[in-house]
Design a protein around this ligand. Structure first.
Ligand SMILES: C[C@](O)(CO)[C@H](O)COP(=O)(O)OP(=O)(O)OC[C@H]1O[C@@H](n2ccc(N)nc2=O)[C@H](O)[C@@H]1O
Ligand SMILES: Nc1ncnc2c1ncn2[C@@H]1O[C@H](COP(=O)(O)OP(=O)(O)OP(=O)(O)O)[C@@H](O)[C@H]1O
Length: 284
């Protein structure tokens, strides 16, 4: 990335679900969850050039995702529809976050697009209005728009900001992709967990109800979790495939990563209670 590119780039950070309980199912098939979201400083990067002709174009292809299905393009068009804005955009996206990884990469790309174009187009929507456009794009998009670590309920749209420790995480990316829909459709998914409180989570209840199903269906996830057990235990983010372990300092996380088997992809990242998108927004 050149210095000029870096100055104009917008981050789309990953999230981790530090716990995930499935506490019910709505009539439309969506699942009622309890979860805790925290951002990490590992991001996709996006660039926007405003167009006067109203067209929305994606300049970098993403394998397996058609331009009209791309969440950045859908987000830009949703913002145009909601505001009547006649401007368009050329959108570039440098992907670093794995797809189907449970890191929310596509959702974060969509949220950054909403926040950035709201500023660049001068459409002036507040956080509440942007979140309302975000939810139909995906259950994870609102938390990225709001940009604060949160306790989430409903399908993830009822969000309460939380201040958490900001430890270091070793995130392993198993060589498989997990479709969120497949996990939520699985006959053996536990759907009636007892709801807990934030205090329960803070005192150590970090269950992810998707784990037993994902562990069984994806041996690659199981072996990453087994390997992390030597480092205090691994957790699944969202519906996977990524798993993570928590460390007090970066050096120890890097040491663990350096000892992981060669076939294990991954990275070390810091937990963040504020999304870097908020900082980029202030910068203009
Ligand atoms: C698992 C999480 O990542 C936790 O943060 C999210 O709940 C998933 O969010 P997402 O990837 O934005 O999910 P969406 O794109 O809205 O939904 C994908 C599919 O997963 C299922 N789905 C998703 C979320 C939810 N609470 N219940 C569901 O049953 C639905 O079948 C849906 O068709
Ligand atoms: N810009 C985009 N980046 C990534 N995926 C996209 C994008 N646009 C659409 N998609 C689609 O969204 C799907 C989910 O991608 P995403 O990166 O959000 O996975 P994920 O991290 O597992 O999501 P989640 O944690 O929200 O379940 C992809 O498989 C792809 O088909």
């Amino acid at each position: 990335m050149t210095d000029r590119d870096r100055a104009r780039a917008w981050p789309a950070p990953a999230k981790l679900n530090l716990m995930l309980r499935v506490v019910g199912r709505r009539p439309d098939g969506y699942h009622e969850l309890q979860t805790v979201f925290q951002f990490i400083d590992h991001s996709d990067w996006l660039w926007f050039d405003v167009r006067e002709d109203g067209a929305v174009r994606r300049l970098d292809a993403i394998a397996g995702v058609a331009e009209d299905d791309d969440l950045t393009v859908r987000a830009a068009r949703a913002l145009q529809r909601a505001t009547g804005c006649r401007l368009g955009a050329d959108i570039r996206c440098e992907k670093h976050l794995p797809m189907g990884g449970g890191l929310g990469g596509g959702s974060s790309d969509a949220a950054t697009t909403l926040v950035a174009l709201n500023q660049l187009w001068g459409t002036g929507l507040d956080e509440e209005a942007l979140s309302a456009i975000a939810l139909p794009l995906g259950a994870d998009v609102p938390v990225f728009v709001r940009g604060r670590a949160a306790w989430g309920e409903g399908v993830g749209e009822r969000l309460e900001p939380v201040e958490l420790p900001e430890p270091w995480y070793l995130v392993l990316v198993p060589p498989c992709s997990v479709a969120t829909r497949d996990v939520f459709c699985h006959p053996e998914l536990t759907r009636d967990s007892r709801p807990i409180t934030l205090a329960d989570f803070l005192s150590g209840d970090v269950t992810n109800d998707c784990l037993p199903v994902v562990r069984r269906e994806y041996p690659e996830v199981e072996s990453a979790l087994d390997w992390l057990s030597a480092w205090g235990g691994g957790r699944l983010t969202g519906t996977g495939a990524c798993v993570f372990a928590v460390f007090d300092d970066e050096a120890r996380a890097l040491e663990a990563f350096s000892r992981s088997p060669a076939r294990m992809q991954g990275f070390v990242a810091r937990g963040l209670n504020r999304s870097p998108v908020l900082g980029r927004l202030i910068q203009g």
